[in-house]
Design a protein around this ligand. Structure first.
Ligand code: NCD
Length: 324
């Protein structure tokens, strides 16, 4: 159970590296110090329950989702409710909001900003969160902008690794799956590079390779990179195996999706090669790339990972509202 026990302790908010009341649009906003602070605030949300928090009482979060979501929307909503705030949401904004009548995202964001104290937005266009932040006069939190970024997911991914391994320095992370359209991969690899000694290996289908500009940026940032099709060899020295599904909805040609989706899977040979200290993460949902048999493996951390979305989002919401 989570409880916002942060109310009586003001030290957490004061030193976060990004602005109270500010937007969360990209992992580029964070440095290692701000990350540690977010983790510290999140840690303090794990105290046994002793009544509901009133930290965000009277404040409203609007969750506007133009793309499907289970974990991100519900964990944001749970986080806001656990802080004592309220939630208004459209979970199918593309069909059920005025977007279906032709309203622009700019107009919708301007209007919603008048109803709520912050906006959590998921939208199919890359750059949509930035656009929303330009017109909304309340904080905007990017819950996924098409194939762009998913910063709050990357924060909870890094938080999971931190809790599981005790640190983020010197990691070898194998990113398996769709590195072209996978926004969680984009955000996580940009976030972990804040810590020294990172080695990333991308194991992606030929038609879902990581964007060249991203690779160049990572190399310029001192990350050691390997791109390979040999998953078993890659995981032999992995600390983290970050599995993702191929993003079906981003492929214009269904046969291209089928081709990509067949490429990689966490089979017994992968589990055997992964060191005992390695951990397996997946932002979920999974399709065929991560069979259920893996769930009982002691290195499977993805269900804990999903749970950690709540304290991380409590910290982010609390900070955006200026109550933490
Ligand atoms: C991810 C997303 O939406 O990008 N899901 C999530 O937020 N946990 C990953 C995905 O959809 O594959």
């Amino acid at each position: 159970m989570y409880r916002a026990c942060i109310a009586d302790d003001s030290e957490g908010g004061a030193v976060l590296g990004w602005k109270a009341g500010g937007h969360v649009l990209s992992v580029r906003q964070f440095d290692s110090a701000s990350l540690k602070e977010i983790f510290a605030v999140s840690d303090r949300c794990f105290v046994p329950p002793s009544g509901p928090s009133r930290l965000a009482e009277g404040r409203l979060m609007a969750a506007i989702f133009y793309e499907p979501s289970t974990r991100t929307r519900l964990s944001f909503e749970a986080a806001m409710l656990r802080l004592g705030g309220g939630v208004i949401s459209t979970e199918n904004a593309a069909q059920m909001s005025s977007a279906a009548k032709g309203e622009s995202l700019r107009d919708t964001m301007r209007i919603v900003a008048g109803y709520a104290d912050l906006i959590v937005l998921r939208h199919h266009d890359q750059g949509s969160a930035q656009l929303a932040a330009e017109v909304a006069d309340v904080p905007v939190l990017n819950a996924g902008d098409g194939p762009g970024e998913h910063p709050t997911q990357a924060l909870l991914d890094a938080y999971t690794i931190q809790r599981w391994r005790g640190g983020l320095d010197g990691l070898h992370t194998v990113f398996m799956g769709d590195s072209l359209y996978g926004r969680t991969i984009h955000s996580l690899c940009l976030l972990l590079r804040l810590f020294p000694g990172q080695h990333y290996t991308f194991v992606a289908p030929p038609n879902a390779q990581p964007p060249r500009a991203l690779l160049q940026e990572l190399v310029a940032g001192g990350v050691r990179l390997t791109v390979t099709s040999d998953l078993v060899a890659a995981v032999r020295s992995a600390d983290v195996l970050y599995v993702t599904r191929v993003q079906r909805e981003r492929f214009a040609d269904p046969s291209e999706y089928e081709r990509a989706a067949r490429c990689y899977r966490v089979g017994p040979e992968v589990l055997e090669a992964l060191p005992p200290t390695g951990i397996i993460l997946h932002p979920l949902p999974r399709v065929n790339e991560l069979p259920e048999e893996v769930d009982t493996d002691p290195r499977a951390a993805y269900f804990q990972q999903a749970r950690l979305g709540v304290p991380i989002r409590m910290a982010l919401l609390g900070r955006a509202l200026g109550v933490l």
